[in-house]
Design a binder for this molecule. Structure first.
Ligand code: 4NP
Length: 155
């Protein structure tokens, strides 16, 4: 059975599309399905932000095919792991009122690693350097997550 991982931020155009693309490059799609969503619906149907597309491209990851969607309550059922980029996203997700069991699926992405910060900063109003920093934080966390998923869930 495939493990399903959902990456969540606010807009689903900057951080979570990067997280989706990065984790996909570190895992086998035969075993692990990765998707992303936003807790806000401002940009539904749009491509990722051009700055995320560009920083991903620099690291040989193509995220241009992604389209923004909003997080829904059904995602609690569909996914095994739900990673929020920051505390605000985390609280927004839990405010939808999942069951106790489903609430356990929700984690802060950076709590998977020890980088001295536990939130991926929102780069939307930043210059391009903000996107490099965000890429690096997400990449480090995704390496750890991929190692664990590959060990624990793939025979
Ligand atoms: P994201 O960044 O949550 O990383 O996708 C944002 C994108 C759009 C907005 C805020 C944050 N916005 O306010 O439109």
């Amino acid at each position: 059975m495939k493990i399903k991982v959902l990456m969540v931020c606010l807009g689903n155009i900057c951080r979570s599309p990067l997280a989706e693309g990065i984790l996909q490059t570190k895992t086998d799609p035969k075993h692990i399905f990765v998707d992303s969503a936003g807790t806000a619906g401002y940009h539904v149907g749009k491509k990722p932000d051009i700055r995320s597309i560009e920083v991903a491209k620099k690291h040989n990851i193509n995220i241009e095919g992604q389209r923004c969607r909003k997080f829904t309550k059904e995602d609690f059922i569909a996914f095994d792991f739900i990673y929020a980029m920051d505390m605000s996203n985390y609280n927004n997700i839990l405010s939808l009122g999942p069951s106790e069991e489903d609430a356990k699926k929700v984690r802060l992405l950076l709590n998977e690693v020890d980088l001295g910060i536990n939130e991926v900063p929102d780069p939307y109003y930043d210059a391009d350097e903000g996107f490099e920093k965000v890429f690096s934080l997400i990449d480090t966390a995704c390496t750890e997550i991929a190692n664990r998923l590959n060990q624990e869930h793939i025979a």
